[in-house]
Design a protein around this ligand. Structure first.
Ligand code: AMP
Length: 573
C-alpha cells in the first residue's frame, strides 16, 4: 500500500502530514501527487469535497514553493470565504515545518485593510475568492506577475456562482503562469471552456464519486404532504437524539425561518446562509465545531465551507433540483470512514426526484416511516437510559453534593427515584406527542374516510362560477397547483356563484389558508377562511375568523428535556 513517505514529498511536508494523522494517501492524492511532483503539468482533477483533494493539490503546491523567494508563487482560487479559510488552515498545517513559508487567505465580507497589510507582507501562497482578489489587484496591493502555479478549486461552483469573468481576468493577469490545476466535482461545458482557453494539454484524474457510492451512507426518504414538512423535520430530529447534522434548505428565507422556529422550540441549531455577515458565519461555525450546536440549517452555498468529519445526519428539508447537489449534500456525512444517514423529506409528487438521484448516482434509497409519538418517546427513553449508564460524574461532583443527595432521597425506593428522573426527562416529549397524528402521506385520506370526515375543517374561498370556476375539478386544480397539496385530502367541494367551499383535514387547513391567502386568481386577491358550523348550516356564508399565521405555541412544550444538555454522542443507529 502506498504511504506518504513513499511519495517523495519534501521531508517537512511528510512530517507534517504524519502529525496530522494522515497515513495512506486517498485515491485522488495517490493519482495526482506523484504526477505533480515528478513532472508538473496542467491537470484537471474531478473530485469532490471529502476526497482529500485539498491535500492533493496543496502538498505539491507547497513542495514546489521556494520559501527563500518573497513573492507570490502560487495562487488558489476558491468560491467561498469559508472554503478559503479552510484551505488556508490546511495549508498552515501542511507547512508547519517549512520555515519562512507564508500563506495568506483573502476573501470578501471582512474589511480589506487587514488583508492589504497581509498581502504586502510577502506571502508565497495566496488563497483567494475571485472578487476580493480583483479588488486587491485594482488597489495595487499585490502583484501576480511571478505566479507560477494557479489552482482553480471547485471550479464548477465558482462558475455557478457567476465568477467566470473574474476567473478569466485573473488568469489573464498571471503572465508567468506555468501550471494550472483545475479541480471540480463535475465536468460541464463551462468548466471545459475555461480549461480549453487557459490550459495547455492537461491530464485528467477522476476519482470515483466516493461519497455517492459510499456504502456507509444510509439514504432514507420520508413521504409527507407539503404542509407537514416542518413537523416531519421536528420528528426526525427528535428521533435522532444524538444528532450532529446539517439541515439543507433551498432558500435563504427557508433557512432563516426553519432555524428560528427550531430555536424557539428549544433545539440547539443556527442558520447559516449568505445574507449573514462573515463574523456571524464564523461564530456559527465555531459553535458548530465545538458542538454547542446540534445542527446547522444551511443553504447549499453557505454549507460548502463546512469542514467537519463527524456529521451523523444530513437532512434535506426539500430535495434539491439537481442530483449533483444531492451528492454534495449527502457527502457531508460518512466522511473519513465513518457512517452516516442522509434523510430527505419529500411529498408524493417529489418521489420522482428520489428515483432520479437513484438512477444518476447509483444510490439505493430506503423509504422510511415518519415515526409516531410513541416511537419517539421510546427512542428518547433508550437514549437517556444509555446516557445514565455511561455517565462518568466528576469526582468533585460526588464530593460536594453526594451527602445532600443521599440525605434527601435516603428513604426513597431506588425504582421510584429512577422512574421520577426518567419521567422528568421525558414528560415534555410525551406531552408534545400526545395524540400526535400520522404524518406519512396518504394517511390523512384513510383517516378522513374512516372518521367520516368529522375532524375535517370546512373552508370558504372567495372565488366561484363567476370567476370561471365552473366545477369542483377546476377549484381542485387551482388549489393543488398553488399549494403542493395532494388532491386526495380535499373533498366535499361546493362551487357557488361568488364563492366556494371545501373540506380538508385540520392539519392541512392552516397551510392552505396561509398559502392561498398570498395568491390571486385571474387578478382577484384570494380570501380564504374557515367556514364555521352555523354558517355552513345557513348555506355557507363565511365568517371573518381566519387562521393565525403563527402556530409556535408548541415551542415551550416540546423542549429538549429541560436541563438536558446537547450531548454530542451519536448512537442513533
Ligand atoms: P478535502 O476533500 O480536501 O476537503 O478533505 C477532507 C478531509 O479529509 C479533511 O479534513 C482532510 O484533513 C482529511 N484528509 C485529507 N487527506 C487525508 C488522508 N490521506 N488521510 C486522512 N485524512 C485526510
Amino acid at each position: 500500500m502506498i504511504s506518504f513517505s513513499s511519495l517523495s514529498l519534501r521531508e517537512e511536508l511528510t512530517r507534517a502530514v504524519s502529525d496530522m494523522g494522515f497515513e495512506t494517501p486517498t485515491p485522488i492524492q495517490q493519482k495526482v501527487i506523484p504526477q505533480l511532483l515528478s513532472q508538473p503539468s496542467d491537470i484537471i482533477g474531478l473530485a469532490q469535497t471529502g476526497t482529500g483533494k485539498t491535500a492533493a493539490f496543496g502538498l505539491p503546491l507547497l513542495h514546489h514553493t521556494d520559501v527563500a523567494q518573497k513573492h507570490v508563487q502560487a495562487l488558489v482560487l476558491s468560491p467561498t470565504r469559508e472554503l478559503c479559510m479552510q484551505i488556508q488552515e490546511e495549508f498552515k498545517k501542511y507547512g508547519y515545518y517549512m520555515r519562512g513559508l507564508r500563506t495568506t487567505a483573502v476573501y470578501g465580507g471582512v474589511p480589506i485593510s487587514g488583508q492589504i497589510r497581509e498581502v504586502k507582507a510577502h506571502p508565497q501562497v495566496i488563497v483567494a475568492t475571485p472578487g476580493r482578489l480583483i479588488d486587491l489587484l485594482e488597489r495595487k496591493a499585490l502583484s501576480l506577475d511571478q505566479v507560477k502555479y494557479v489552482v482553480l478549486d471547485e471550479a464548477d461552483e465558482m462558475l455557478n456562482m457567476g465568477f467566470r469573468e473574474d476567473i478569466e481576468f485573473i488568469l489573464k493577469n498571471t503572465p508567468a503562469r506555468e501550471f494550472t490545476w483545475l479541480f471540480s466535482a463535475t465536468m460541464n461545458n463551462d468548466v471545459r471552456n475555461i480549461a480549453k482557453r487557459f490550459m495547455s494539454k492537461w491530464q485528467e484524474f477522476a476519482v470515483a464519486k466516493e461519497n455517492v457510492t459510499n456504502e456507509n451512507i444510509d439514504h432514507q426518504y420520508y413521504v409527507t404532504n407539503h404542509h407537514n414538512r416542518f413537523e416531519t423535520l421536528r420528528r426526525l430530529l427528535d428521533f435522532a437524539p444524538g444528532i450532529y447534522g446539517i439541515i439543507f434548505t433551498r432558500t435563504k428565507q427557508d433557512c432563516q425561518d426553519i432555524a428560528e422556529k427550531l430555536m424557539k422550540m428549544g433545539y440547539h441549531v443556527s442558520p447559516l446562509h449568505g445574507d449573514m455577515d462573515q463574523k456571524m458565519r464564523s461564530k456559527v461555525m465555531e459553535r458548530f465545531k465545538n458542538k454547542s450546536l446540534q445542527c446547522i440549517v444551511a443553504t447549499d452555498v453557505a454549507a460548502r465551507g463546512i469542514d467537519v468529519n463527524d456529521i451523523t445526519h444530513v437532512i434535506n428539508y426539500e430535495l434539491p433540483d439537481d442530483p449533483e447537489v444531492y451528492t454534495h449534500r449527502s457527502g457531508r456525512t460518512a466522511r473519513a470512514g465513518k457512517s452516516g444517514i442522509c434523510m430527505s423529506i419529500v411529498t408524493p409528487k417529489e418521489i420522482s426526484g428520489i428515483r432520479q438521484v437513484e438512477r444518476l448516482s447509483k444510490t439505493r434509497f430506503h423509504k422510511s416511516d415518519i415515526p409516531d409519538g410513541a416511537e419517539i418517546v421510546r427512542k428518547k427513553l433508550f437514549y437517556y437510559l444509555e446516557q445514565i449508564e455511561t455517565a462518568k460524574p466528576e469526582a468533585d461532583f460526588a464530593k460536594i453534593y453526594q451527602s445532600i443527595i443521599h440525605e434527601k432521597f435516603e428513604d426513597m425506593d431506588k425504582d421510584e427515584l429512577i422512574r421520577r428522573l426518567v419521567w422528568l426527562q421525558l414528560k415534555d416529549t410525551m406531552e408534545a406527542y400526545n395524540e400526535s397524528e400520522d404524518l406519512n402521506a396518504g394517511y390523512e385520506q384513510r383517516e378522513s374516510r374512516s372518521r367520516g370526515n368529522r375532524s375535517n375543517v370546512r373552508l370558504f374561498i372567495n372565488i366561484g362560477m363567476k370567476d370561471g370556476i365552473s366545477n369542483a375539478e377546476k377549484l381542485l386544480h387551482f388549489i393543488t397547483d398553488s399549494t403542493d397539496i395532494e388532491a386526495n385530502i380535499i373533498d366535499r367541494i361546493t362551487v357557488r356563484d361568488l364563492s366556494s367551499f371545501f373540506n380538508v383535514s385540520g392539519s392541512a387547513a392552516e397551510y392552505i389558508v396561509q398559502t392561498l391567502s398570498a395568491k390571486k386568481y385571474k387578478g382577484r386577491k384570494i380570501r380564504i377562511e374557515e367556514a364555521e358550523q352555523r354558517d355552513r348550516e345557513r348555506g355557507g356564508f363565511p365568517t371573518n375568523r381566519s387562521f393565525s399565521r403563527s402556530n409556535d405555541g408548541s415551542g415551550s412544550r416540546q423542549g429538549r428535556g429541560g436541563s438536558q444538555k446537547f450531548n454530542k454522542r451519536y448512537n442513533d443507529k
